[in-house]
Design a protein around this ligand. Structure first.
Ligand code: FES
Ligand SMILES: [Fe+2]
Length: 357
């Protein structure tokens, strides 16, 4: 079936760090849908469609009054469930006077919104890692990287260890990894592309934070949780430790997390953060790591925005595929299957409704 959209709707997407939602109304766009988010006085989050059903003024242009939004044009007022509770000048409220309310869940100081069928919103599917609540690990939220790029291209970059030798030569990669093969596995809704670079000089990141004198064994495991949350498990250990694959906690181990929020087909927000099993409680190290991540992720941004510009030009031929593309190829196939499945369910529902009318 031909796709009309490149989004998977039935999923939790990151709307922002918890600290981004303090007081007042926050307008945001996710999957091309305008949303307005706010915190109620009890601290809970509400996320509504940011469009008044009367004349379509964004509700974010209105006023938050007692946990409800009063539209800034004629004062229709909506509660956190999206129901109209007041229409100035009339007593009756038509049943159609509603805006869509999105399921929202806050976890690990992040706010997630379910963008699809609310009946399918299952909070057990919200992204989590045991290390978030393990005091041997330090958790640190970084920035929001705004990319003029398609989310699938950004996600593809996050299941592609082969680029680091060329895109991040001063931080995450070096020439030692150029010719090391990448393995790809699939486990349910998680893809992993990984490789070990054994007995090689440490890359810039681990020279700075690992204190290694000689050669190290270095690993990269790029886990991509469908549709677009990435966990990059990378680290290094002294070569003499001869670390096995499942002993990575014995080395300096970092998880760089990327939560991709598609805004539209040419704009993606990548909120990134990290967890590490060293320097717990040391925020100076957190900020130093942020500086290195910013260098690296801006290198990705430059590449991905240049690709987006090139993809807008008339296409003369199909892109060629290389051996290193297995992760991205599997990823795109899985995403397409999810999109096709959602669209076929939507079509069936519409057909059933038409026959009932
Ligand atoms: S546009 Fe919102 S009440 Fe008229
Ligand atoms: Fe990268």
């Amino acid at each position: 079936m031909a796709s009309t959209s490149s989004y998977v709707y039935d999923a939790w997407y990151l709307a922002g760090w918890s600290t981004e939602f303090t007081t007042g109304l926050t307008a945001l766009v996710m999957l091309e849908q305008p949303l307005v988010a706010y915190r109620s006085t009890d601290g809970g989050m509400a996320v509504l469609e940011d469009r008044c059903p009367h004349r379509q003024l964004p509700l974010s242009k209105g006023t938050l009054i007692d946990n409800t939004i009063q539209c800034g044009y004629h004062g229709m007022t909506f509660n956190a469930q999206g129901q109209c509770v007041r229409i100035p000048g009339q007593d009756s409220i038509p049943a159609s006077a509603t805006v869509r309310a999105y399921p929202v869940h806050e976890k690990n100081n992040m706010v997630f919104v379910w963008m699809g069928d609310a009946n399918k919103a299952d909070i057990s599917l919200v992204f989590d890692l045991p290390q978030f609540s393990d005091d041997r690990w330090h958790v640190h939220q970084g920035d929001a990287l705004h990319l003029q790029a398609h989310y699938l291209n950004v996600a593809e970059n996050l299941v592609d260890p082969a680029h680091v030798s060329f895109v991040h030569p001063t931080t995450l990669g070096n020439a030692a990894s150029e010719d090391v093969a990448v393995h790809v596995d699939v486990d349910g809704d998680v893809l992993v592309a990984y490789r070990w670079i054994r007995d090689a000089p440490p890359v810039g990141f681990f020279q700075k934070f690992g204190g290694f004198d000689g050669h190290v064994d270095r690993w990269h495991y790029y886990y991509l949780h469908l549709p677009c949350t990435a966990v990059i498990d990378f680290g290094s250990a002294d070569v003499n430790a001869k670390l096995a694959e499942n002993e990575r906690d014995q080395g300096l181990r970092i998880f760089a997390l990327h939560f991709l929020t598609p805004v539209n087909e040419h704009y993606t927000i990548d909120r990134w953060m990290h967890l590490r099993n060293a320097a717990v409680g040391d925020e100076q190290v957190s900020h130093q790591m942020d500086e290195m991540f910013r260098i690296a992720f801006n290198e990705d941004k430059a590449i991905l925005e240049a690709i987006d510009a090139a993809e807008r030009l008339p296409q003369m031929r199909k892109p060629i595929r290389l051996g290193i593309d297995k992760g991205p190829v599997v990823y795109r196939r899985r995403i397409q299957a999810l999109i096709d499945q959602e669209q076929s369910i939507t079509q069936q529902t519409q057909q059933t409704q038409q026959t009932q009318q």
